[in-house]
Design a protein around this ligand. Structure first.
Ligand code: HSE
Length: 402
């Protein structure tokens, strides 16, 4: 019998308990061992809940109980969650989590602590909700040198961009609609400014390099400046606008990692990923492209990913093995996002178009829309492009092409 404690009985935590209990027989059949939820840690009581008797308020009850093999941290935040995770790992209890903020900030350190204490730390649910991607990188893609990861890693922004494209609506009205439907938070900043996607690509880039990529070192641009006219130009270019989180290998030493809106071809694998769905496109040097698509959020999708970790942790315990995950505390070498040569869409007021074209000689005019003229500029770094735009003295909006 494997005994589990769940820290936090909120949306994800209650989902984890539900998956473990409702699929108990099926999971036991696959693992060859029964898994039981022994404790649920929460500050609150849950009168009338069928698991009311499992609720404890003191984390010591869990840490001091040698019967607890696995701890699921579904509390969120980097305060108590960090302390409790360290206590569990130090006590030799394996931990799994959905907490991307904690994983991004302390992943390498917690993996090391787990290894020093003969247990494991897993975080499948921290990126892409229910989409299997962490385990895939750590196991199925182990023979590959991963050259690039491109992801639509945030459902809220993907929903907003999909609606703006399909309905021609502006950002503010679509955001309000998304909030009313419960697809966007009342305070949407972490999503719309790209921070959530930034944390997720920092985790994926760390696994891609085996070294630490910090969210604080990643350039992040959200979707708040994208306007309806940009979708008109995108349509004329046969493209969709998506918030793409990217990690690209430059050479044997450095990678570039950033988050920004991109215009991508409609027939690009990520071009058809709409509404709240997420997807991750991984390019390996032997395999080529492989894409993983699904629900990036939601109670049971995220809980299912946490429970996939519980099963792996149970299997590792029974076999007495460490689970594969290479993520050292050494810093990965990051090249600035604006030094890499890329292609861009740029637009300016049509009255200023000649001025802009005169300072960017390679600019190819693509269309006019709503008093704006759009150009495509190839093979230029953002730094060079910004310099040219500044020299032109005109107001320009730009979006990367991918
Ligand atoms: N707020 C996130 C999203 C889900 O909109 O995708 C949790 O990471």
């Amino acid at each position: 019998m494997i005994k589990v404690a769940v820290l936090g009985y909120g949306t994800v935590g209650s989902g984890v308990v539900e998956v473990l209990q409702d699929n108990r027989e099926l999971i036991a059949g696959r693992l060859g061992e029964d898994i039981e939820v022994k404790y649920i840690l929460d500050l609150r009581d849950f009168p009338g809940d069928k698991n009311e008797s499992l609720v404890v308020h003191d984390v010591k009850t869990i840490m001091d109980d040698p019967e607890v093999d696995i701890v699921c941290e579904t509390m969120g935040g980097v305060g108590a969650a960090y302390e409790f995770t360290k206590s569990a790992l130090t006590a030799g209890k394996s931990v799994c989590t959905s907490n991307k903020e904690l994983v991004e900030k302390h992943g390498a350190e917690l993996l090391k602590l787990a290894s020093e204490n003969g247990c494991n730390y897993q975080f499948e649910a921290s990126v892409g909700g229910g989409i299997p991607i962490i385990r895939v990188i750590n196991t199925s893609l182990a023979p590959e040198r991963i050259d690039s990861i491109k992801g639509i890693l945030n459902g809220t922004t993907n929903y907003i961009l999909t609606k703006m494209a399909d309905e021609g609506a502006d950002y503010a009205s679509v955001l309000k609609q998304a909030q009313d439907l419960g697809y966007a938070e009342r305070n949407p900043e972490a999503d719309v400014e790209g921070h959530d996607a930034g944390r997720k690509i920092a985790i994926l880039a760390s696994l891609m390099t085996g070294k630490d990529v910090a969210y604080d070192d990643i350039y992040i641009e959200g979707i708040t400046a994208v306007e309806p006219v940009d979708f008109k130009f995108a349509d004329r270019l046969g493209r969709r606008i998506k918030l793409i989180a990217r990690a690209d290998r430059n050479d044997d030493v450095a990678i570039t990692a950033f988050v920004a809106p991109h215009m991508i071809p409609k027939d690009h694998p990520l071009g058809g990923v709409n509404d709240v769905f997420n997807a991750v496109l991984v390019t390996g040097n032997m395999l080529g492209d492989a894409m993983f698509y699904g629900k990036g959020a939601g109670k049971l999708a995220t809980a299912s990913a946490v429970v996939s970790d519980v099963i792996d942790l149970g299997r590792a315990k029974l076999a007495g093995i460490s689970l594969p995950c290479v993520w050292s505390e050494d810093k990965a070498v990051l090249r600035a996002h604006d030094e890499k040569k890329e292609s861009f869409f740029v637009r300016t007021a049509s009255v200023d178009a000649d001025k802009l074209a005169s300072v960017i000689p390679g600019a190819t005019k693509v269309a006019d829309a709503d008093g704006q003229t759009g150009y495509v500029v190839d093979d230029i770094s953002e730094k060079e492009l910004n310099g040219a735009i500044e020299r032109s003295g005109v107001c320009v909006r730009k979006i990367r092409l991918a």
